[in-house]
Design a protein around this ligand. Structure first.
Ligand SMILES: [Zn+2]
Ligand SMILES: [Zn+2]
Length: 150
């Protein structure tokens, strides 16, 4: 096969978007649709055309927020620091909900949740027996669920 023949196949001709018959040679400077001749261009201009939609710049902001909210619930067993979103995620587990009925534990978590320095608050809470048992329960639950998945 000769290169010349191949090129003709890979580069399809653009049709005039006005008459949809002739090969396009020009582009509308506003909406960029291809047209074949001045006749077709005049016809195209009978209807006001607009610029093609701009790159979705506004979307990026929304996408980032969505990703943040939909962050998967995942806790590394080696890393015993629990983040707020992880705590919220874990709170849907029935075994953990039972553990949360403990008043002392509830208060501890509320303290961490409302603390400006969550990391320090977590460190303090880890010194409490109730909280340590609670996190161990969470970690074992997470390990169980990840074992079931694999
Ligand atoms: Zn045309
Ligand atoms: Zn146009």
């Amino acid at each position: 096969m000769r290169n010349g023949a191949k090129e003709q196949i890979t580069a399809p001709k653009k049709e005039c978007k006005v008459c949809e018959k002739a090969e396009s040679r020009y582009k509308c400077p506003i909406c960029l649709i291809p047209y074949c001749s001045l006749i077709c261009f005049k016809k195209h201009k009978e209807i006001p055309c607009a610029k093609p939609a701009p790159a979705p710049e506004n979307d990026t902001g929304a996408t980032i927020t969505t990703v943040d909210v939909d962050r998967p619930c995942y806790v590394d067993a080696a890393d015993k620091v629990l983040q707020r979103s992880q705590l919220e995620c874990i709170a849907s587990n029935s075994e953990i909900i039972d553990a949360l009925k403990d008043k002392e534990l509830k208060n501890l978590i509320r303290k961490i949740d409302s603390s400006a320095d969550a990391e320090t608050a977590l460190d303090k809470a880890m010194g409490e027996e109730a909280f340590r048992l609670f996190t161990e329960k969470i970690l074992s639950t997470l390990n169980q669920s990840s074992n079931q998945q694999s």
